[in-house]
Design a protein around this ligand. Structure first.
Ligand code: HEC
Ligand code: HEC
Ligand code: HEC
Ligand code: HEC
Ligand code: HEC
Length: 355
């Protein structure tokens, strides 16, 4: 009765953290393949049910910061941010760093997660002037808050215009060269992957109180990922508060090394297959109540005169007969996930004269 609990917490997760947060996991690189019979753990992509990890701390691989070519600096106010990656950037290992938060991450182009959505029609939550700078003329910032990341153009009286790069759920658009007096502006927003909307806003540049977005605290987890939306790749960033982030990439000669590093990171501490092939199964299956009671964990040795020199088409793990010697652990064309059936199974290992 475990599967319904997994399903339930899955829905709960979507409900609580909806809006498309995705996770990189085993199936990003090892997509599942389904035959007629599939093990429930594999079907529900719970690879960790069998591919156990050695307990203990995992220290992350260090980014070779000295080698990074810096590309951009972006400021996040709060929430989600999507920076479009031009073709060449989308195929490079990216480095994201924030000095304030001592955050550093290396993102592999092999690990782009995809995003669909939004589930509901996106809309503006608030549009308001939120910052002002006095110079010879004045500069005013409009803040746009929405239920889904947006990019915006602003057109005001007197030919004043502004534009913000990237898609964000809280966006700041600067308008320069303003004079005292009332301004009326039209905000045109393009939502990430989904339609447009408009809004009008009026303000006096002299009557604006600057809004201070609280900084992302030390406890504030920021995250970075490469995401693909409708075939376009973006650098996705999330922060609970204001933070400056530098984005860079690793030059060509380091690319291979970085990919390997990320793969090793995903595999780090995974128990070897010879353990997965038997011990992992005992977590859920009773070793004494099997359909075919056969010794497992026994050494495969033709010296005993019962088995052939080598098993035919069946794997042996660590020199031993394991559950996975007879069963496909993932998915199979035969019932009980068997690799072979009936007498053929037995005779793949045993000598006919033994029977
Ligand atoms: C970044 C991509 C990537 C991710 C993520 C990843 N793998 Fe792999 N994995 C590979 C590649 C590529 C190979 C084959 C080359 C190699 O052995 O390094 C591989 C090989 C393996 C093997 C065979 C190793 C062997 O000894 O023959 C196992 C088992 C495996 N992965 C399990 C997992 C599991 C479980 C996860 C999730 C915890 C995972 N992988 C996540 C890329 C990945
Ligand atoms: C029921 C236990 C079980 C589950 C669940 C499971 N595996 Fe495995 N996996 C094994 C065993 C046992 C082996 C070694 C036997 C073999 O190679 O056929 C293995 C082998 C592998 C290998 C290396 C051989 C190959 O087929 O390429 C990869 C990669 C792998 N698993 C990935 C995954 C991923 C990804 C998932 C989750 C979607 C997963 N496994 C879920 C038990 C499991
Ligand atoms: C997380 C728990 C769990 C682990 C670990 C696990 N299994 Fe299972 N397995 C299940 C459940 C649940 C079922 C479905 C039981 C049922 O349908 O009666 C199942 C079913 C099976 C079946 C029967 C499929 C059928 O068609 O009736 C086989 C064979 C099997 N598992 C083999 C393995 C092997 C081999 C391993 C180790 C590589 C393993 N399992 C690890 C939970 C697990
Ligand atoms: C020598 C081959 C062999 C080995 C080794 C083996 N099995 Fe099986 N298993 C079978 C066969 C054959 C069946 C089909 C049921 C039958 O014919 O009675 C089966 C059936 C099953 C079933 C489904 C029937 C049931 O009782 O629920 C499960 C689950 C299972 N095996 C799990 C395991 C696990 C776990 C291991 C390792 C501890 C293992 N098997 C080792 C051959 C094997
Ligand atoms: C993956 C190879 C393999 C397969 C498949 C296999 N066996 Fe075995 N079997 C062994 C090994 C190895 C032993 C242990 C022999 C020894 O060293 O005593 C063994 C032992 C046995 C024993 C116990 C013998 C004894 O004297 O203790 C029986 C009975 C047996 N097998 C029957 C079967 C039957 C029936 C099948 C088909 C359902 C089967 N085996 C499939 C490898 C296999």
């Amino acid at each position: 009765m475990r599967w319904w609990w997994g399903l339930l917490s899955g829905f709960l997760f979507l409900f609580l953290f909806g809006g498309g947060r995705a996770e990189v996991n085993c199936v990003t690189c090892h997509p599942t393949e389904l035959k007629v019979y599939t093990h429930p753990s594999y079907l529900h992509k719970r690879c960790g049910d069998c591919h156990l990890r050695v307990e203990g701390l995992v220290d992350r691989g260090k980014v070779p910061i000295g080698e990074v070519k810096w590309w951009r600096e972006v400021e996040l106010l709060r929430g989600e941010y999507y920076l479009p990656l031009p073709g060449r950037m989308s195929r490079r290992p990216l480095v994201v760093k924030s000095e304030e938060l001592e955050f550093e991450d290396l993102l592999s182009p092999d690990l782009a997660s995809s995003l669909k959505g939004p589930k509901e029609v996106p809309k503006f939550k608030r549009v308001y002037p939120c910052d002002v700078v006095q110079g010879v003329s004045m500069s005013v910032a409009l803040c746009l808050e929405a239920s889904w990341p947006l990019e915006a153009e602003v057109d005001c009286d007197g030919g004043v215009r502004g534009f913000a790069e990237g898609y964000a759920t809280v966006q700041k658009v600067w308008l320069d060269g303003l004079r005292p007096g009332e301004y009326r502006c039209r905000v045109r927003a393009h939502f990430l992957n989904d339609g447009e909307t408009q809004r009008e806003v009026e303000f006096h540049p002299r009557e604006i109180d600057a809004v201070n977005f609280p900084p992302a605290g030390a406890e504030g987890e920021i995250s970075a990922e490469i995401r693909e939306v409708d075939g376009v790749r973006y650098l996705y960033l999330y922060s609970p508060g204001r933070v400056r982030v530098r984005v860079g990439y690793l030059p060509g000669n380091l690319r291979r090394k970085a990919r390997k590093e990320i793969r090793d990171e995903a595999h780090r501490e995974l128990r070897p297959l010879k353990e997965v092939a038997t011990y992992a199964c005992y977590r859920c299956h009773d070793r004494h109540s099997l359909g075919a009671s056969h010794p497992v964990d026994v050494v495969y040795s033709p010296l005993n005169g019962k088995v052939r020199g080598k098993p035919e088409g069946l794997p042996i793990f660590g020199g031993k007969v394991t559950c996975a010697s007879c069963h496909e652990p993932h998915t199979a064309v035969r019932p009980y996930l068997l690799r072979k059936q009936g007498k053929e199974l037995c005779l793949s290992c045993h000598l006919p004269r033994y029977f």
